[in-house]
Design a protein around this ligand. Structure first.
Ligand code: DLL
Length: 433
């Protein structure tokens, strides 16, 4: 099912014509209203009317998170505050958050994108959406909320937390679509089990999970434990929030990017060279319809890959692969690059492992060490010590074999790793302390 048939299935040529016109408008807008952009464009000698082809995008300067931080809180807005009807902020873990603003038209655009997202994920007017993304400065809760209303579905604005109450509401209201982070979906299922409620007896048919990295193995686990189809959704506050890209329920294979609003590029994070379709690298986005807070070539730090082939769902817009990690989350352990999600994939191949883990990086002398704490289920945990040790060695070997990294694996007892109601914390880096 496709919410906006015209734009989501547009022939490439027609789409590119629209993209070019919108890009030109956006470039003029930022140059004429934001001193930061004017300065940057002037420095490298690019003029507003130099953008004559889509490829001219490559001539424009990148925008980095630090640029947004330096203009904290409202320095990058292109409209007077009178025209701003909503403010959100990114869930940054260090320093000040990144603040973003929306005009009334931006909220309309975003709602339409989220209605598209929900429909791609299997929702229609008749659905009841249990929205357990956090409401507040975080874009997840309100983003989904407005999309659900635009779609005409009924939305339960439960937000994150108070998990027992979530289970009660699910039992009593019978929602059909679940929206939250993948780690929170698993926690709700776990709490339901503790309460003696069988999650698989709920009415859920699909869930749209994102805002944090997760793996194919985690998808399988969620689909099995919750008895639903699990779709991946990607987005970031700086671009709009959720609603940048989503998987379709028909193929569950790559996330469709709404290219009539955002132009994606993949670059080599070190050389900043633009890479061809199919080559993994850092995602860069340019917004082409935003009013209050457009960004030009924003360096997301997220590692992914673009696929141009049309999907069997009928959408022609480009797809991005599951985010493999962030270039700044990438762990370099004794010279080997590894993303937490790769470790997740390896450990979850083994039976008896629960989808809760934490990576601890430390430094002994000049060497980095990686400890992987992995939760196991009751059965495994009550087994003989010898068997537990064998399992630890097996996991260490698998990690070494698949990722070429040496790690020490520690199996820990059920429910000992901290649960999250929003984005899970997977890495504890003791080197920075
Ligand atoms: O997380 C927006 C969002 C809300 C997306 C709800 C999906 C659902 P921020 O808090 O600004 O915005 O965080 C953005 O989260 O740069 C990625 O590193 C990460 N991220 C988001 N979605 C995914 C995903 C929201 N599906 C940052 N897979 C991004 C992996 C993701 N990482």
């Amino acid at each position: 099912m496709i919410y906006n048939e015209e734009y989501e299935t547009m022939p490439r040529e027609a789409l590119e014509a629209i993209q070019l016109r919108r890009l030109q408008e956006t470039v003029a807008r930022v140059y004429n209203t934001v001193p930061f952009y004017k300065k940057r464009f002037d420095e490298i000698g690019v003029k507003v009317d130099d953008v004559n082809f889509l490829d001219d995008l490559r001539r424009l300067p990148f925008t980095y998170k630090d640029n947004l931080r330096d203009s904290y809180p409202f320095g990058m807005f292109t409209v007077p505050m009178d025209d701003v009807v909503r403010i959100h902020a990114s869930s940054g873990t260090t320093g000040k958050p990144t603040v973003v603003g929306y005009t009334a038209r931006d909220i309309q655009t975003w709602s339409e994108l989220m209605a598209r997202t929900l429909m791609a994920g299997g929702a229609t007017r008749g659905d009841m959406i249990h929205n357990a993304y956090g409401y507040g400065l975080f874009t997840g809760g309100l983003g989904f909320h407005y999309g659900a209303e635009k779609l005409g579905a009924s939305v339960i604005p439960i937000s994150g937390g108070n998990t027992k109450r979530q289970v009660m509401i699910m039992t009593d209201f019978g929602p059909t679509i679940l929206t939250c982070t993948p780690s929170y979906a698993l926690l709700i299922a776990e709490v339901a089990e503790e309460m003696g409620v069988d999650f698989r007896e709920f009415n859920f048919k699909a869930g749209i999970f994102g805002a944090e990295p997760w793996s194919e193995q985690m998808r399988e686990e969620i689909e099995r434990k919750l008895n639903i189809k699990a779709m991946d959704i990607y987005g970031l506050s700086e671009i709009i929030g959720p609603g940048v890209s989503v998987e379709c329920i028909e193929a569950q294979n790559g996330l469709h990017i709404f290219e009539d609003h955002f132009i994606p590029e993949i670059i080599d994070p070190d050389t900043e060279e633009v890479l061809p379709y199919g080559t993994p690298g850092e995602l860069v986005f340019t917004t082409i319809t935003k009013e209050a807070f457009p960004v030009i070539r924003y360096r997301t730090r997220d590692i992914s890959v673009l696929y141009p082939e049309p999907c069997r769902c009928g959408r022609t817009i480009v797809r991005m692969g599951r985010v493999q990690g962030r270039s700044d989350d990438m762990l370099i352990i004794r010279g080997v690059n590894v993303f937490p999600s790769q470790i997740e994939s390896v450990i979850m191949e083994i039976d008896g492992i629960e989808p809760y883990y934490q990576l601890e990086v430390a430094r002994e002398g000049r060497l980095d060490t990686l400890t992987v704490k992995v939760e196991v289920n009751e059965n495994v945990f009550s087994d003989e010590v010898k068997n537990l040790q064998n399992m630890e060695r097996k996991l260490e070997n698998n990690i070494k074999e698949m990722l070429s990294v040496s790690a020490q694996v520690k199996l820990v007892e059920p429910k000992s790793i901290q649960r999250s109601e929003g984005k899970a914390v997977r890495v504890i880096d003791k080197r920075k302390i």
